[in-house]
Design a protein around this ligand. Structure first.
Ligand SMILES: [Zn+2]
Length: 462
């Protein structure tokens, strides 16, 4: 089985070259101009960019939250990802308090197997170190779970105290895993939230108004300081504000290995969305919340100058009609999350590359190569070079597309980007050399995606 992608422009994080790509047995064999077509299946990529498949390092498929479950499972979520040019995801298994991490890993493997259409890795959300948690972390690393997420928000649900965070960070200093932090001061936010509810402020907008950017910045600062003390890198998830960004930049300027991601919603949407009438603001309730408009150009700037390294989605869809309504009379009961797994590349291309905010190479870096490196998948993923998995997107820079819930493939009844027009879209998507999406048609199948065993001491350590 061999496939030749001909006449395209190969774009990686490092270079842009006119070259053909030869694939054999799911792996890239050769990348150079003028590879003869003899005997291979040929895909014509004339006028197209040939880029590494997107990697979404932050998704929540089939995830229980607040008495309901995120609307996409591993089948519908990864199929939607594929349509948008994303060929690997890293989702989150959640350790339930008082249980072993192994139980959570088994549970999430079961959710994914026979369902995933693209490759998937797992982070482990640590809620409790108990008496065996530190050994459990080592065991998870052996299973390819090379990263852990801890929450500084959601007291009594997911939040852990600073001692737990510091112990976990210190363990990664030994086992080479990476700690991902949800950085918001949950204790302070809870006080502000209680006050708002007592004053009868129950509408969706109060979700955003009760979570100040300083609460995010304070937690980012504290997370980085604790990582410094532990002598280990740290990765801030879904960074949303200039305040928080300043903390990351300040640390990186001092040479601290602090990393951070942001998401399309923080780059493109702002707090006004939560004031939409008829409770529609609930469609934009996720955490951290949308911020004021002044933050948006600062985040783009952060991406351009590598103060932010990754764009992920935090895809966590809840249907408006039967899930978001749980918080109709109380914004704290609105399931937190929004859909986006399908639209990440389209949005960042259109609003980043087309406008000159990020270069072609930087686009590939923030959507694929950097997450591959940071999370221990490089060079198997995130690269177009001999030996890498043939996860490749043939990207049509001229394709016009209007984002809409009517046509998207995510199993959710609204889009946060409804009506957004984009120029540039995935035409053909290959995973392990197999065409799984071509010209809007899904050709893959559920269960073909493989579990990604990731290695410790990835790029965050170098
Ligand atoms: Zn998340």
């Amino acid at each position: 089985m061999s496939t030749l992608i001909q006449h395209g422009t190969v774009v990686t994080a490092a270079s842009t070259t006119a070259a053909d790509v030869l694939i054999e047995n799911g792996v890239i064999k050769e990348v150079r101009a003028g590879i003869p077509a003899d005997g291979h299946d040929v895909i014509d990529a004339k006028g197209m960019y040939v880029i590494p498949g997107g990697i979404d390092a932050h998704t929540h498929l089939d995830m229980p939250f607040g008495g309901t479950t995120s609307a996409d499972d591993f089948e519908t979520g990864t199929r939607a990802a594929a349509f948008g040019g994303t060929t690997s995801i890293v989702d989150f298994a959640i350790q339930a308090r008082g249980t072993r991490m192994r139980d959570a890993l088994d549970t999430w493997w079961k959710k994914a197997e026979n369902k995933a259409c693209v490759d998937y890795g797992l982070h482990m959300i640590v809620t409790d170190l108990g008496s065996s948690g530190l050994e459990d972390m080592d065991e998870m690393v052996d299973e390819g779970v090379a990263s852990f997420k801890l929450f500084m928000a959601y007291p009594n649900v997911l939040m852990v105290d600073d001692a737990t965070i510091f112990k976990a960070l210190s363990r990664t200093a030994k086992n080479g895993a990476l700690i991902c932090m949800h950085a918001e001061n949950g204790s302070v936010i809870d006080v502000i939230v209680a006050k708002a509810l007592a004053e009868g402020k129950t509408a969706p907008i109060y979700h955003a108004l009760t979570r100040p950017t300083r609460a995010e910045a304070e937690a980012v600062h504290r997370a980085i300081a604790m990582a410094e003390i532990a002598g280990t890198p740290v990765y801030i998830v879904h960074l949303s504000s200039e305040d928080a960004l300043n903390e990351v930049r300040e640390a990186r300027d001092r040479g601290v290995p602090a990393f951070a991601e942001t998401c399309p919603q923080y780059l493109l949407l702002s707090i006004e969305e939560l004031e939409r009438p008829n409770f529609e603001g609930a469609k934009y309730v996720f955490t951290p919340p949308l911020r004021t408009k002044e933050n948006l150009p600062k985040l783009w700037d952060g991406l351009k100058h590598d103060h932010l390294q990754v764009v992920s989605t935090d895809h966590c869809p809840f249907c408006f009609e039967d899930q978001k309504v749980l918080g109709k009379d109380d914004f704290t009961k609105i399931p937190n999350g929004g859909p986006g797994i399908e639209n990440r590349l389209q949005l960042i291309w259109h609003h980043g590359v087309n406008t000159g905010k990020v270069s072609l190479n930087r686009f590939v870096e923030i959507t694929s190569t950097a997450p591959a490196r940071i999370f221990g998948m490089y060079p198997r993923k995130g690269e177009i070079a001999p030996g890498s998995d043939a996860d490749i997107v043939i990207w049509d820079p001229n394709a016009l597309h209007t984002i809409s819930a009517k046509t998207h493939h995510m199993r959710v009844d609204y889009s946060m980007f409804e009506g957004f027009q984009v120029k540039g879209n995935a035409r053909t998507v290959l995973s392990h050399g197999e065409v799984i999406v071509d010209r809007g048609e899904f050709l893959g199948k559920a269960g073909r995606g493989r579990y990604l065993r990731r290695t410790a001491r990835g790029g965050a350590w170098k």
